[in-house]
Design a protein around this ligand. Structure first.
Ligand SMILES: Cc1ncc(C[n+]2csc(CCOP(=O)(O)OP(=O)(O)O)c2C)c(N)n1
Ligand code: SF4
Length: 351
């Protein structure tokens, strides 16, 4: 049994499903105005673009506001324990190659208590899609600072200001050998839909970070970059094989200067440098992860914050290799027998 990629290309014509097919009918218990509503709606719409029945999807989550997601999807789901969704998703992936698995996690869930599990699912490259709902706070437990909260942040658990340095989820993912990483924003549903679709089509672990607004405990945390009036000047939408062009007048781009002290990305005004031929061209397929890592480090002010697919490279998945290894062993040694194993020679009695 070798693992198929369970996801055929999406389509927009004559599909058997609509967004409503994926709505569970459970009462949604997020605060009015929470960014999670937009993420949920986009997910339901994304799935309706594939001819895959509801029974073939499983949503797995840990604990947090965003982790209530599986209740609201009319698919199979596990609302599991804090930080441990990757273990459940990994087990499912290994035993059932026909499922499309989505893991929904928060910044606290994935990067604090679940940090260890998060890095291992990424390095193993299991065929699982992860949505990391980042609101830079613990929402469910009422507003303590999280691993992505900015230094100096005043919260209920850091009344004098947080003295931790925050982690960058996409940089960590690359350090863990992630094959697909992307970022979107809850206030840009069209873009989020595109990114979810791309993630679902990726074979291997895909990670999509979504900047989400927690309007109760961390309102407008991303607004300086992603607010409607700011986004054009402070964010850059990545497009494969195209320069990183941004700005209200589309007059700004990025170039990278090299030197003994390392690579230095900088902004170029292309209205003044009309012939600039040294612009950075986005390559999501670049095998060397240092290129994507450089993009994950772009921060406003200084550089625009990238949105879109940073990296999409191909590498055999853990589940695929496990199947090959198992088939090989069966060929060599025949099918295993659990009873023989339990009562066989390699057992002993403890007195
Ligand atoms: C073992 C354990 N430790 C701590 C908690 C408390 N707890 C529940 S959710 C959570 C953090 C939630 O934050 P995040 O993952 O960012 O999700 P959000 O609620 O913001 O969507 C914490 C610390 C718990 N449920 N279980
Ligand atoms: S506390 Fe924040 S993240 Fe949780 S439901 Fe309310 S607005 Fe959303």
């Amino acid at each position: 049994m070798s693992t198929p990629n369970p996801v055929p290309p999406s389509n927009t014509q004559n599909l058997p499903f609509t967004k409503d097919d994926f709505v569970s009918g459970q009462e949604v218990r997020w605060c009015p105005g929470c960014g999670d509503y937009a993420i949920l709606a986009v997910m339901q719409r994304t799935l309706s673009k594939f001819a895959i029945p509801r029974e073939n999807y499983v949503f797995v989550s840990g604990i947090g506001c965003s982790s209530r997601f599986p209740y609201y999807m009319n698919t199979y789901g596990f609302h599991s324990i804090h930080g441990r969704a990757p273990t459940i998703a990994s087990g499912l992936r290994c035993v059932n190659p026909n499922l499309v698995i989505w893991l929904i996690t928060g910044d606290g869930d994935a990067l604090s208590i679940g940090g260890n599990h998060f890095l291992h699912i990424l390095r193993r490259n299991l065929n699982v899609n992860i949505v990391l709902v980042n609101n830079r706070i613990y929402g469910l437990t009422k507003g303590q600072y999280s691993p992505t909260s900015e230094a100096g942040k005043i919260t209920k658990s850091s009344p004098q200001g947080a003295i931790d340095y925050p982690v960058n989820p996409l940089s960590i993912a690359l350090a863990s050998e992630a094959t697909f990483i992307a970022r979107s924003v809850d206030s840009d549903p069209k873009h989020m839909e595109y990114v979810f679709e791309r993630a679902m089509q990726h074979k291997g672990t895909s990670l999509v970070e979504v900047y989400q607004n927690c309007n109760i405990f961390n309102d407008k945390a991303f607004y300086p970059v992603t607010g409607r009036e700011n986004r054009d000047d402070r964010a850059v939408y990545l497009e494969h094989d195209k320069p990183l062009i941004f700005g209200k007048k589309r007059d700004l781009a990025i170039r990278v200067k090299g030197g003994p002290s390392g690579l230095k990305p900088e902004i170029v005004d292309i209205s003044k440098n009309k012939d600039a031929d040294d612009l950075l061209i986005h390559n999501e397929k670049e095998p060397d992860p240092s290129y994507a890592y450089m993009l994950t480090q772009f921060q406003y002010p200084g550089l625009p914050v990238p949105l879109g697919v940073f990296r999409a490279v191909s590498r055999p998945t853990y589940d695929e290799m496990l199947d090959i290894q198992t088939e090989d062993l069966i060929k060599k040694k025949g099918k295993g027998d659990i009873k023989n194993l339990l009562y066989g020679n390699d057992t002993w009695t403890v007195n």
